[in-house]
Design a binder for this molecule. Structure first.
Ligand code: GLU
Length: 286
């Protein structure tokens, strides 16, 4: 089977150091395997998006030498695929409508497959997946064996929000399958989403790719670098310094003679061994 990896940014800001690390890590894994590297713009949450962000991220990647195999898939064009997945879950009684407010659910109340509030006519419900009391386990290529009790950790999680937007978990699973992704390489902040995604894949009869979660880049005060906070944007007009820092963050060799981002990447790729990536869950960005 051809290796297919992907980079799937949310367009909530300009490309920042944390996303550059995910882009570089997933690109290196794909190229090392002789596979493809695909892009997906996760623009399914309009309130969180920043105008111009998708264009800015997509223009920055080639400036860092990161060429994708084909045009990016935009989640905003994928409504029909998510509707079909949702209908499939409905038809098999794996979801239920829920009118519970945040207040209703405060205190860690478990829904147990049904809404605790009265249906409220004229108000749209959220739709939740029925989550049984099961442990979902998987072997992360970098972080090692993982196991999560889905009921106690995630509960009956929302797959379609009150506003009608599909949740990241559903869209991600549908698109990873539709893009034929064989290995998901991304930041470690998504490690605890993975059991939910594996469970959803089973509910929808979709294949489960393998997973590799890269160490998460933290800022000087130990917080996740986040696009929405505009932390550490990287400068695509001067790509070598940030690209060098991203490679060093992943403990990869940084050529001192490379003049182009492509040369810096090729130098690292020639010496790349995914098993030697840093196994820690997070580390400070330089
Ligand atoms: N869109 C997510 C982000 O920008 C990444 C999702 C994924 O890689 O599964 O953090």
């Amino acid at each position: 089977m051809t290796y297919r990896g992907r980079f799937a940014p949310s367009p909530t800001g300009h490309l920042h150091f944390g996303s550059l690390v995910a882009a570089v890590g997933s690109w290196l894994c794909a190229r090392h395997a002789g596979g493809q590297w695909l892009l997906r713009v996760e623009d399914i949450d309009p309130p969180r998006e920043m105008p111009g962000s998708a264009e800015s991220i997509l223009a920055a990647l080639p400036a860092f030498g990161l060429m994708a195999d084909g045009p990016a898939l935009f989640q905003s064009n994928r409504q029909a695929a998510y509707d079909a997945a949702f209908e499939q879950l409905k038809a098999t009684d794996q979801v239920f409508p829920c009118w519970c407010s945040r207040n209703d659910l405060a205190g860690g109340l478990h829904l147990d497959g049904r809404c605790l509030a009265a249906p409220s006519p004229g108000r749209e419900p959220a739709w939740r997946l029925r989550v049984p009391d099961i442990d979902v386990s998987f072997d992360d290529a970098l972080q090692g064996p993982q196991a999560q009790n889905l009921r106690s950790t995630a509960g009956d999680f929302v797959i379609r929000r009150v506003e009608g937007y599909y949740a990241y978990q559903l869209a991600c699973v549908v698109d990873d399958a539709s893009q034929g992704i064989t290995e998901v390489v991304r930041g470690n902040d998504l490690l605890d989403s993975t059991p939910r995604q594996i469970f959803l894949q089973r509910c929808l009869n979709l294949p489960t790719p393998s997973y590799l979660h890269l160490p998460l880049a933290l800022d000087g005060s130990g917080r996740k670098l986040s696009k929405s906070e505009q932390a550490h944007p990287v400068d695509p007009t001067d790509p070598l310094p940030a690209l060098g820092r991203a490679l060093a963050f992943l403990e990869l060799p940084v050529s001192s003679t490379a003049r182009e981002p492509g040369d810096l990447l090729d130098h690292a790729l020639e010496r790349f061994d995914p098993t030697r990536l840093p196994h820690c869950s997070e580390r400070m960005a330089a």
